[in-house]
Ligand binder design. Sequence first.
Ligand code: THU
Length: 142
Amino acid sequence: MPDDSGAPGISGVVDWRLLEAAAVAAMRNAYAPYSKFPVGAAALTLDGRIISGCNVENASYGLTLCAECALVGSLHMTGGGLLRAFYCVDAQGSILMPCGRCRQLLYEFHAPGMEIMTTQGIKTMDQVLPDAFGPQDLEEPR
Ligand code: THU
């Protein structure tokens, strides 16, 4: 569980171009016949893996799975762990901000200090989802 107070922090340099390429490759696998808005997401895990995901839509529109859903599934299917850096793109390969629900999905698995490439440059998870509700809120009765 992420713990911003004392857990091992992130270190090293993030290869953002590699993450961008992984996100673009993931976007090409998107199933988005309804919105025609393919999305690809990629992340670097704390232990150095690159994982990715694409959006998968459904004829029952509300059941659409965002690219980040596939990404967190992949995180666990490939060994679990925490997210160190994240990059999301649209069909043009332009940076896309994760939607609110997906920020919450990412928050669950963020390493302390996790970085997100945004349209305004690199930001931290805490900047894009301030005062977040998370696993820490379930730890003990208030
Ligand atoms: N989408 C994502 O995959 N991730 C986001 O963070 C934003 C939105 C998808 C959902 C839907 O398939 C399409 O983009 C249009 O909303």
